[in-house]
Design a protein around this ligand. Structure first.
Ligand SMILES: C[S@@+](CC[C@H](N)C(=O)[O-])C[C@H]1O[C@@H](n2cnc3c(N)ncnc32)[C@H](O)[C@@H]1O
Length: 423
């Protein structure tokens, strides 16, 4: 790390979790800083028009600063906001969303509802641990090494209780790279994925399961990473668990996505579903049917789709499990699904894409199909604002809400309601 030190005045916190400061005609992005404080910062990356720095001393602290609870916070790349009080975290996320919508979509929203997480810590039911040289933890932000952790304050306490067994596993499986854990608070059980570059002998895994893995881990799979995606080699034990949210029960397979903040499951579903009213709706990127099942109760017919076959199998099963007869599910990309329904009358399209947002062709099809309303659930305000700008040819953004499913991190989840413009 370079040892250039600068005294920087933090204007605000920008999307990504960095404090923004200007010095010598250059912009600096400053880690571990809080709004409107003066810090001494060490510059660790210098580019032509901006630099990256880390606050090493607070010269004039912000009154929104607090002590982080996590002993690894200084190094761990997982959280960015533990040193900032929770109300300010929420304000930062709301401002990040408003700024993106203004800068990229030319929209000046006056009101954005912000829904806090009822608890700031212990909320995550899904955690991806990295493994290196017997250490189980997370990637350091400064040198990409592993911070070995005994406890992660944002993880469900039961996941933390599992860490000693996971560490023992790393001694037994020499080339273990990652361990992904899903905990079901409903069933009080775990599913785990062991990621290795080479095949993990199945018989060995069965033995390890008996000796080192507690019985509450009901299923263990061996996976490998290829082009950033995870691929399954095989599975031992049960490949799914169940999670209840309000009146609904979901089967969740180890290969399916499930929302991670257990304290907001019900509020999140209600936020998306409460005002829905339709004869026919589509839901793109539907996962295991987290929103689809409650949505089905609000209209005549809904068709969900996801490109992940595991999620679609779960969604189909979940519709039956919950007695929902007016929802069907397709294994399809969002684009193919929109293409399939081109020209049909749709009242609502609900969509929840990954961070990259929508592709151009999906937007074109939405603009051709012209459903009466679109509910856009986004985990990235930058791609959201880009997509809303494109959709604004035919749609008006009626309302945006931030729902804080990722306290302590810079991630901004929002639900955005768009309605067709009247001529
Ligand atoms: C953020 S998750 C949301 C899932 C669901 N809405 C929920 O709340 O549980 C995004 C989902 O998009 C799916 N996905 C990713 N790329 C896709 C694509 N091009 N077409 C359809 N689904 C896709 C993933 O499999 C994943 O289930």
């Amino acid at each position: 790390m370079a040892d250039k030190l600068l005294e920087l005045n933090i204007e605000k916190i920008v999307y990504g979790g960095f404090g923004l400061a200007r010095h010598g005609g250059k912009t600096y992005l400053v880690r571990y800083s809080a709004p409107r404080e003066i810090v001494r910062a060490e510059v660790y990356r210098e580019k032509k028009d901006y630099g990256e720095a880390v606050a090493v001393e607070t010269l004039l602290p912000s009154n929104q600063r607090r002590d982080p609870v996590c002993p690894y916070y200084e190094f761990c790349g997982g959280c960015q906001f533990q040193h900032i009080d929770y109300d300010t975290q929420l304000k930062i996320k709301k401002d990040n969303l408003l700024e993106s919508l203004e800068r990229m979509a030319g929209l000046n929203l006056t009101e954005v509802e912000t829904i806090p997480s009822p608890q700031e810590f212990g909320y995550r039911v899904r955690v991806q641990f990295k493994v290196k040289k017997g250490h189980v933890g997370f990637v350091r932000w400064d040198n990409r090494d592993i911070v070995s952790v005994e406890n992660c304050p944002v993880a469900h306490p039961k996941i933390n209780e599992l860490i000693p067994s996971l560490r023992e596993l790393t001694n037994q499986v020499k080339d273990l790279q990652e361990i992904h854990v899903l905990y079901s608070p409903t069933e009080e059980e775990f599913l785990i994925k062991l990621v290795t570059p080479t095949y993990l002998d199945k018989e060995l895994l069965k033995k390890l399961r008996k000796s080192y893995i507690p019985p509450s881990v009901v299923g263990v799979g061996n996976y490998f990473r290829l082009r950033n995606g995870l691929h399954k080699r095989y599975f031992v034990g049960r490949e799914y668990t169940f999670i209840s949210v309000g009146d609904f029960k979901y089967r969740v397979s180890n290969d399916s996505f499930f929302q991670t903040n257990r304290f907001l499951w019900e509020k999140f579903a209600n936020l998306v579903v409460d005002k829905a009213e339709f004869k026919k709706a589509l839901e793109l990127y539907c996962g295991v049917g987290f929103f689809t099942l409650p949505l089905a109760k609000k209209g005549n017919f809904i068709e969900g789709s996801d490109s992940n076959p595991s999620a679609v199998n779960d969604a189909q099963y979940n519709a039956k499990l919950n007695g929902i007869e007016n929802a069907i599910f397709l294994k399809s990309t969002a684009f193919k699904h929109l293409q399939l329904r081109a020209g049909e009358v749709l009242d609502t399209v609900v969509l929840d894409p990954p961070r990259s947002g929508l592709i151009e062709k999906e937007i074109e099809l939405l603009l051709e199909n012209k459903p009466e309303s679109i509910v856009y659930i986004s985990c990235n305000p930058t791609t959201l604002a880009r997509d809303i700008k494109r959709l604004s040819k035919a749609y008006r953004l009626e309302k945006s809400c931030v729902i804080d499913i990722f306290p302590q991190s810079y991630h901004v989840e929002s639900v955005n309601f768009l309605r067709i413009k009247t001529p």
